[in-house]
Write a protein of this length. Structure first.
Length: 294
């Protein structure tokens, strides 16, 4: 198993004469009547990854709530409670202004048709998380990072036309993460050879999987097994992707740094008392995490 080390991280550099936008713009699509916080966490995490600009696209009431949560996020509001398929076309047009797109955080299952249509037709590098994952199969994705936990992975494979026997084999709790990751890599290579897909499988040990490479991440701790930490992870992926890093490198950076921030918080709080927003809201935590970049 090849574990990620901090030496493998690639942090984009800024030119001395850089202007706003040179380090990328990210669009984050999600939110619903029931879920607001996930979208805000993801958007702020993308900014913390170093991207210059993040616009959040959300249903109107969700958008106003996000405005109240953070002055750093630009919010594009749509007149709905939940996204429906009719919003795919305007958002596919709107995405032209951005370098990468994150979709799925807080989206809700009512937006499944919208998510499927958008993902299949997007021409931008994508990060697909949460309910976005449940809306598609691997055949619908290209130039994409998908960030499932084990339950979402099963749904993704079912949506991808993978046999029940293969899904059961991949989902077998008796096999370790290495065998599971190798099986997933085999599926990507055999079934979807022409697609550019990276799966960041979340767990006690994260696996970053493409058809040609696998890396493992062991930063992080059990305190991160709570709501919102996955939204931060997805936002970090999008932030690095928006700065021009590859799918695989963006996922490697995000997994390692997200876990390292959790480890710093565990040490500072002297226990598992931290929450997902602690990973991104406190400048001290972000600045302290620079040890992983040295």
């Amino acid at each position: 198993m090849r574990y990620i080390s901090r030496k493998e991280l690639v942090i984009p550099k800024r030119a001395k004469d850089a202007i706003k936008g040179d380090s990328g713009k990210v669009l984050v699509i999600g939110g619903s009547g029931d879920y607001v916080g996930a979208l805000a966490l993801a958007g702020i995490a993308a900014l913390r990854a170093g991207v210059d600009w993040v616009t959040v696209a959300a249903p109107e009431k969700v958008g106003w709530a996000i405005n109240a949560l953070s002055p750093d996020l630009v919010v594009k509001k749509f007149g709905c409670r939940d996204f429906t398929e009719k919003f795919s076309a305007p958002l596919l047009q709107f995405e032209k202004n951005f370098d990468a797109v994150l979709i799925g955080n807080g989206l809700g299952l009512k937006a499944k048709g919208f998510a499927n249509n958008y993902i299949k037709n997007s021409i931008k590098p994508l990060v697909i998380d949460a309910d976005g994952i449940k809306a598609v199969g691997l055949q619908d994705c290209n130039n994409s990072i998908l960030t499932p936990h084990h339950g979402e992975l099963r749904v993704l494979l079912e949506n991808s036309g993978i046999s029940k026997e293969t899904i059961s084999s991949v989902s077998d709790k008796r096999i370790g993460i290495q065998k599971r990751a190798e099986k997933i890599g085999g599926i990507l290579k055999k079934k979807f050879p022409s697609s550019k897909i990276v799966i960041l499988l979340k767990g006690p040990i994260d696996a970053i999987i493409s058809k040609n490479d696998i890396a493992y991440n062991k930063t992080g701790n059990p305190g991160m097994a709570k709501a919102g930490t996955g939204d931060v992870l997805a936002g970090l992926c999008a932030g690095f992707l928006g700065q021009g890093l590859s799918l695989f490198q963006s996922a490697v950076n995000a997994a390692y740094i997200n876990g390292a921030l959790g480890d710093l918080l565990l040490k500072k709080k002297k226990g598992y008392w931290f929450i997902a927003s602690d990973l991104v809201k406190d400048r001290e935590h972000i600045c302290s995490s620079t040890y992983v970049l040295q």
